[in-house]
Design a protein. Structure first.
Length: 109
């Protein structure tokens, strides 16, 4: 199985989980920018969402048409069971690495 997940993909996937039923493009972008204090390009975000949907980490559904969006519906994203498995595997790897750092390596000088 392919658990390959880049940093930005991981952030997007986690943010989709945070937003749960309200995870659509603009909300994901705003949440990432708010929490991480970094700008997110709409193009990069949509590219990552499509890529992760293709990999099976996410699935999407089309919402109802929205008057504020000129009748265009929002696309909502949710994490798949495989996406959850990938996130957990990445978390385990990171925790294993953190737990393997000798205490002295992180002391202030």
């Amino acid at each position: 199985m392919n658990y390959s997940l880049g940093e930005f993909e991981e952030i997007v996937l986690l943010t989709v989980g945070v937003l749960y039923n309200e995870a659509y493009g603009v909300a994901i972008k705003d949440e990432i920018e708010s929490r991480l204090k970094r700008n997110v390009s709409v193009g990069a975000l949509h590219s990552a969402l499509r890529r992760m949907e293709k990999k099976g980490f996410l699935e999407s559904r089309t919402g109802e048409p929205d008057k504020e969006r000129g009748g265009k519906p929002k696309r909502f994203y949710t994490i798949t069971a495989f996406g959850k498995e990938v996130l957990e595997a990445n978390k385990d790897i990171r925790m294993e690495l953190w737990n393997s750092i000798p205490e002295m390596a992180l002391k202030k000088v």
